[in-house]
Design a protein around this ligand. Structure first.
Ligand code: FAD
Ligand code: SIN
Length: 541
């Protein structure tokens, strides 16, 4: 089998992967080069679609403080956010955001050229930077792509998927197996630092704001390799995705910033219902707004409620939300006059591969950053616009950390790795699975049973249905196509989310069990899944 050697491999080209590759190239002399691989084209990612913005506790905003940001983050995290991690990320935001600006990212300013800040739910002050009004992700990723493609130290492979992590018996990462989805060929990449920046898992749910690629590949592969996975029961459902019809499953987001600027939620009777659920009304934490909408939809037996943005001044509305305005207009909705049909959709993965701020995981040489990682910042519920911040701060810190690491290419591989590689050298027979149909089945199971409200009964039902799908899917390692690999990974992710949700016998943050009350927020435990210990799922303090 063909192989290559690189000092560093970055998997994923969202904000985390692009910025990590760039900073590593800027900070380090990398003897064997940096490889950046991406499952589809560069920048096709969750990051690309980010609207609201990025938190920045920056010196340009003297009204803000680290203390205030930390307080808001910890409150949203429902007792599970790590205070030290949160402080560190908040403190680093000034340096890192300003470094992004130095690297060509531009954020919106007023007529005097000063940065402007917006408000989103559960933030106590305006601290969110944005770009192109509501096109923050596009602004950040396009600037980073430009910088990465100009950087001769970074070799880019598009349409290339990481399918297996090579880990030795000593629990050291030696590289990865990649699959080229155009040629259908597999290749070994030996490397001393493998960085997973593969994003979230939204696609395991029927309704999601995430693009097709968000199938949890990095988390599934790390789990198979024996890494510790944490807090996967905490899936954030965004309250307001555009709900044109029950058939539209990949849903366009209507940013929380629209509510931040004054839009109101109403039900089919025209009633502003949020007042019944929280004194913060439309700006209550995301999980609260999502459950309120869900309750109203159930009561009315409808598949959406409405967002009324027409009460915002039209000039401001069009200037702040040009992307949302245009997308709704294409679908016959003029947001300056018409109500916008909205419903919750799976949006963000709070859990992931347990990692330090610098990306270190429980496996030596394997790093995880961005949505795929779980640093402890978000706890049980992420505060809006904290994820892009986490992506860039962790990428920045990782580049710093690697300046002191040994980046020699691994010389020796053991029998275990040799056997793994053998699997990929052999050809496989049989017909390709109808993975689109299988993915749909799995997404239905997850939406119906492991969604916004869960019970022991629904989770046990999901668990047995997922097990049946797993039993019917015989290809555990080498697959025939990207679609099959994604389905394989989605099964692993669905199973981990369901088991974690079963184990967490309380309601906390985004994890709502109607058979258990809200937890005491002062007493919290993370859920770790430690594959190597073979103990299954257990909680640690
Ligand atoms: P991603 O941006 O998802 O990138 C993952 C990359 O990995 C992709 O390039 C993908 O192709 C690649 N990949 C995946 N698997 C493989 C594999 N096996 N092999 C090779 N490549 C692979 N957060 C905010 O802070 N502010 C916002 O305003 C905001 N708005 C959002 C709006 C939407 C619609 C969505 C979906 C999310 C939003 N979020 C927002 C969340 C935020 O965008 C994401 O959490 C963040 O961008 C994740 O970045 P990432 O680099 O970790 O992953
Ligand atoms: C939004 O714009 O509502 C999304 C912000 C986020 O997910 O952080």
């Amino acid at each position: 089998m063909k192989y290559s050697e690189y000092s560093v491999v970055v998997v994923g080209s969202g904000a985390a992967g692009l910025y990590a590759a760039l900073k590593i190239s800027q900070n380090l002399k990398v003897p064997e080069g940096i490889l950046l691989i991406s499952k589809s084209s560069l920048g096709n990612s969750n990051s690309r679609y980010a609207q609201g913005g990025i938190v920045g506790v920056v010196h340009q905003n003297p009204l803000d403080s680290v203390e205030s940001h930390v307080k808001d983050t910890l409150k949203a995290g429902a007792g599970l956010s790590d205070e030290i991690v949160t402080k560190h990320i908040s403190q680093a935001s000034d340096e890192v955001i300003n470094n992004l600006i130095t690297n060509g990212v531009s954020f919106d300013t007023n007529d005097d050229g000063d940065l402007t800040f917006t408000l989103e739910a559960a933030h106590s002050i305006r601290r969110i930077l944005h770009s192109g009004g509501d096109a923050t992700g596009k602004g950040i990723t396009e600037s980073l792509i430009e910088a990465v493609t100009k950087d001769s130290g970074i070799h880019v492979l598009e349409n290339t998927m990481a399918v297996e992590i090579l880990v030795s018996a000593q629990k050291e990462c030696k590289g990865i197996i990649i699959y080229n989805n155009v040629t259908g060929e597999h290749e070994i990449i030996y490397s001393s630092a493998v960085i997973l920046a593969t994003g979230g898992v939204g696609q395991v749910y029927k309704y999601t704001t995430n693009p097709n690629g968000a199938t949890g590949d990095g988390i599934a592969s790390a789990y198979e390799a024996g890494a510790i996975i944490q807090d996967m029961e905490f899936i954030q459902f965004h309250p307001t995705a555009l709900a044109l019809s029950p058939e539209s499953q990949n849903r366009f987001l209507i940013s929380e910033a629209v509510r931040g600027e004054g839009a109101k939620l109403i039900n089919h009777n025209g009633e502003e219902f949020m007042v019944k659920y929280s004194d913060k009304k439309e700006l209550a934490p995301r999980d609260v707004v999502t459950r309120a909408i869900y309750a109203e939809m159930k009561k009315e037996d409808s598949s959406n409620v409405y967002l009324n943005a027409s009460i915002i001044d039209k000039t401001k509305l069009l200037k702040r939300f040009p992307t949302i305005y245009a997308r709704c207009k294409e679908n016959g909705i003029d947001i300056s006059k018409d109500l916008i049909p909205v419903a919750p959709a799976a949006h963000y993965t709070m859990g992931g591969i347990k990692a330090e701020i610098c990306g270190k995981t429980s496996i030596k040489g394997l790093y995880a950053i961005g949505e795929t990682a779980c640093t402890g910042l978000h706890g049980a519920n992420r505060l809006a616009s904290n994820s892009l911040l986490e992506c860039v701060v962790c990428a920045y810190e990782l580049a710093d950390y690697l300046s002191f690491a040994n980046l020699e290419i691994p010389k020796k591989i053991d029998d275990g790795i040799r056997k793994m590689i053998d699997v990929y050298s052999r050809s496989i027979s049989g017909k390709e699975y109808d993975y689109n149909n299988l993915k749909s089945k799995l997404k239905d199971i997850m939406w119906e049973n492991v969604g916004i409200i869960r019970t022991e009964e629904s989770l046990l039902k999901a668990s047995s249905e997922i097990k049946a799908l797993q039993d019917n899917f015989k290809r555990r390692r080498k697959c025939m196509s990207q679609g099959e690999y994604e389905y394989r990974n989605m099964l692993t992710i669905a199973s981990i989310i369901t088991q974690s949700a079963l184990e967490r016998k309380e309601s906390r943050g985004a994890h709502c069990r109607s058979d258990y009350p809200q937890a005491d927020k002062t007493r919290a435990m993370h859920s770790n899944i430690d594959k190597l210990s073979d103990k299954g799922i257990y909680y640690v303090k």
